[in-house]
Write a protein that binds this ligand. Structure first.
Ligand code: GLU
Length: 460
């Protein structure tokens, strides 16, 4: 048994009462998958009012079906290092829901990856992808392979071995992976090359995040971080504010964090801190993005190196998260459960106005409550970080029509999509009696789109 759910709605809500037993059954059938439990719980807690209003969804057992992946693949990935030593990793692909389109979602290469993590990410992806309004289902994959400290040749051999198994499950109309933590342009290149070689097909639409010279979309690299800041800007506008001259703290310094920083700076904000697993750096004059990109993208270095190279303007704090740095806007862009209730309390005490998740589920449920109770505008990842996968869908669209768009056009489409996600989440929250609650709005809006398609497609 775990602690009971805390529905976002009234106790007399008939739908909310149905949800607790469903959740207990999920705990029983998915033992030890704590991140998956957390992701399911965060969605179920908000669904009471939909189930009250729409008993046909209860009769069709849509919640039970949505929480069970359509297919779960686990496979061996053997590879050899540069010294000839043999390694065995585990590969995963969870094909969660294809009611809106082919399975779509990234691959994560990180030592923490296990089935529970991939299922949490895949589950989030279903609703995130639905919210984009694009024709993409939900899936996720990855491996417990640790690319840190590995040579390009080792990473290539790992990617080739991974794809040698996975290719049989993929296809532009079946399942379309992309990047996530530990998987960027270099890895997508190696994976695509191996897929092409095995299948003898130049199937551009089978992977997204490709290089712009060989089928990739302009602005895909920037899209998750840019989209997160665009969403933040929309949230602030509703409150009659904007990002101009705001102090922003970003966690992480990977792809999402770098481009969230870039867009925040373009909109007039000062990004004063960012981090990695070693600690955080504070730069009161504002992060020098060219220097940070050089260290992170080219050199695969650490933020401690940034502080050293930047000199007197910046200082590095080892072994701590960046949330103690006072700011108006906080953008957690690193990894799951990185922002706790204690961090949230510090941020609130320091006057934070808005928080948007650039990573997947970086804020613990207790921290989300702290923000909501303090009246801080809070954007959950499935809404705020959907710009990445939305631009992946734009990449698929360009691949299908053998076309390529300009950066400006792609960014404009991204901005439209982020506005659409914001407005849909905002309106849905109000319609279901939780005005301003983007968690409720995003969950219900995403769920309804998927539920509708599943009802229409029969017992699947
Ligand atoms: N990994 C990203 C996400 O969490 C992008 C997935 C994609 O582009 O398919 O949404």
């Amino acid at each position: 048994m775990s602690t009971p759910l805390t529905p976002h709605t009234r106790d007399d809500d008939a739908g909310a009462r149905l949800i607790e037993p469903l959740y207990q059954e999920i705990l029983r059938r998915n033992v030890g998958e704590t991140e998956f439990h957390q992701a399911v719980r965060e969605v179920l807690e908000t669904l009471g009012p939909v189930l009250t209003k729409r008993p046909e969804l209860v009769d069709a057992r849509i919640v039970e079906r949505v929480c069970e992946p359509e297919r779960q693949l686990i496979f061996r990935v053997p590879w050899s290092d540069d010294a000839g030593g043999i390694h065995v990793n585990r590969g995963f692909r969870v094909e969660f829901n294809s009611s809106l389109g082919p399975y779509k979602g990234g691959l994560r290469f990180h030592p923490s990856v296990n089935l529970g993590i991939v299922k949490f990410l895949g589950f989030e992806q279903i609703f995130k992808n639905a919210l984009t309004g694009m024709p993409i289902g939900g899936g996720k994959g990855g491996s417990d392979f640790d690319p840190k400290g590995r040579s390009d040749a080792e990473v290539m051999r790992f990617c080739q071995s991974f794809m040698t198994e996975l290719h049989r499950h993929l296809g532009e109309y079946t399942d379309v992976p992309a990047g996530d933590i530990g998987v960027g342009g270099r890895e997508i290149g190696y994976l695509f090359g191996q897929y092409k070689r095995i299948t003898n097909r130049y199937e551009s639409g089978v992977l997204t995040g490709k290089g712009v010279g060989w089928g990739g979309a302009q602005a895909r690299t920037e899209a998750t971080g840019y989209g997160c800041v665009m969403f933040t800007d929309e949230m602030l506008r509703v409150r009659g504010q904007d990002l101009d001259r705001r102090r922003v703290v970003v966690s992480g310094s990977g792809n999402v964090a770098l481009y969230a920083t870039e867009k925040a700076q373009q909109l007039g904000a000062t990004v004063v801190a960012c981090s990695d697993s070693g600690g955080y750096v504070v730069d009161e004059k504002g992060i020098d993005l060219d220097l940070l990109k050089e260290i992170k993208e080219t050199g695969r270095g650490r933020v401690a190196d940034y502080a050293e190279r930047r000199g007197r303007d910046a200082h590095f704090v080892a072994g701590r998260g960046p949330w103690e740095v006072p700011c108006d806007v906080a953008l957690p862009c690193a990894t799951q459960n990185e922002l706790t209730a204690e961090d949230a309390a510090v941020l609130v005490r320091n006057g934070v106005q808005a928080v948007a998740e650039g990573a997947n589920m970086p804020t613990t449920p207790e921290a989300v409550r702290v923000f909501q109770e303090a009246g801080v505008a809070f954007a959950p990842g499935k809404a705020a970080n959907a710009g990445g996968v939305a631009t992946s869908a734009l990449e698929m669209q360009q691949n299908a029509s053998r076309d390529s768009w300009t950066f400006a056009h792609t960014e404009e489409r991204l901005a439209e999509i982020m506005r659409h996600i914001h407005d849909t989440s905002h309106e849905t929250a109000a319609r279901y009696g939780a005005p301003g609650n983007y968690v409720v709005g995003a969950n219900i809006a995403g769920f309804e789109l998927v539920a509708e398609a599943m009802l229409a497609q029969g017992l699947i």
